[in-house]
Design a protein around this ligand. Structure first.
Ligand code: ADP
Ligand code: TYD
Length: 229
C-alpha cells in the first residue's frame, strides 16, 4: 500500500479511451509485417501508436518470452506454460498496454489472448476452460478489434521456417498443429464476430496491408486521416 492508502494496482478490466487492435494467425501468416505496416500508416496520419507483441512487450514479459520459447520444448507442463503466458500478459497490460490506452493511444499488438486460447487451450489437451478462467481473473480485457490473417498452413510454415532463430518452440510442432490452429482461429472468429475481421494473407504484402488499414479505419471512432491542417 502507498502512503495515500492506494495499492497502485492497474485496473486491467476497465474501459479506456484508446483503441486496442490485435493481430492473430498461424506462424508465418504475416502478422508482424502487417502490424508494422499498419503502425506506420497510422503514424503517418498522426495517430499516437504503440506497436507491441506477445509474448513480451514489457521488460518482464520479454524475460518470460525467453523462458517459454527457448530451450527444451518439454521443460514446462501445459498448465505451467499457461501460467507463464498469463503472467507475461499481465505485466504487459500493467506496464504498456493499459497506460497507452488510458492516454487514448492506438495499441497494435502482435498476438494476444486468442493465441493463448489456441496454443495453450488446444495444442496439449483441452485447457480452453482454464485459459478463459485465468483470462477473466487476471486480464479481463478483450481487444476492440482482432485482425485474423488467414493463411494456408503449409505456406505459412514455409515462410516461418525461412527465418533464422532460436525461438522454434511452437513452429516445431509442424504442419498438423498449424492446421489445427488455423481451423481454431477461424472458429474463434465465428465465436467473437463483433471484434474479429478475417483477412486473406495469401496475397502480396501491400494488398493485404491496404485491406488491413481499411478494416481498422472503419472501426475507428474518428476519421483516420488527421494529416489535413
Ligand atoms: P508472422 O509474424 O505471422 O510469423 P511475418 O510477418 O514474420 O509473419 O512473416 C513471415 C515471413 O513471410 C517474413 O519473411 C515476411 O517477409 C514474409 N511475408 C509476410 N507477408 C507476406 C506476404 N503477404 N507474401 C509473401 N511473404 C510474406
Ligand atoms: P510469435 O513471435 O508471434 O511467432 P510467429 O511470428 O512465428 O507467429 O509467437 C511465438 C510463439 O508463441 C508462436 O508460436 C505462438 C506462441 N504463443 C503461445 O503459444 N501462446 C500465446 O499466448 C502467445 C501470445 C504466443
Amino acid at each position: 500500500m502507498r502512503p495515500d492508502g492506494s495499492t497502485g494496482a492497474v485496473d486491467c478490466a476497465a474501459a479506456y479511451p484508446g483503441l486496442f487492435v490485435t493481430f492473430e494467425g498461424i506462424d508465418g501468416s504475416g502478422k508482424s509485417t502487417q502490424c508494422r505496416l499498419l503502425a506506420e500508416a497510422l503514424q503517418a496520419r498522426r495517430f499516437e501508436v504503440v506497436l507491441t507483441r506477445e509474448p513480451g512487450g514489457s521488460d518482464g514479459a520479454e524475460e518470460i518470452r525467453r523462458l517459454v520459447l527457448e530451450g527444451d520444448p518439454d521443460r514446462w507442463s501445459a498448465e505451467t506454460e499457461l501460467l507463464l503466458f498469463t503472467a507475461a500478459r499481465r505485466d504487459h497490460m500493467e506496464r504498456r498496454i493499459i497506460p497507452a490506452l488510458a492516454e487514448g493511444q492506438i495499441v497494435i499488438c502482435d498476438r494476444f489472448a486468442d493465441s493463448t486460447r489456441m496454443y495453450q487451450g488446444l495444442s496439449r489437451g483441452n485447457l480452453r476452460d482454464s485459459v478463459d478462467q485465468l483470462h477473466a481473473l487476471m486480464i479481463g480485457q478483450e481487444p476492440d478489434l482482432t485482425v485474423l490473417i488467414d493463411m494456408d498452413p503449409a505456406k505459412g510454415l514455409a515462410r516461418a521456417k525461412g527465418r533464422q532463430g532460436s525461438e522454434e518452440r511452437f513452429e516445431d510442432f509442424g504442419l498438423n498443429l498449424q492446421q489445427q490452429m488455423r481451423a481454431g482461429f477461424l472458429a474463434l472468429a465465428a465465436e467473437f464476430p463483433d471484434r474479429f475481421r478475417v483477412i486473406d494473407g495469401d496475397r502480396p504484402i501491400e494488398v493485404v496491408a491496404e485491406e488491413v488499414l481499411a478494416t481498422v479505419s472503419a472501426s475507428m471512432p474518428t476519421a483516420p486521416d488527421r494529416s489535413a491542417p
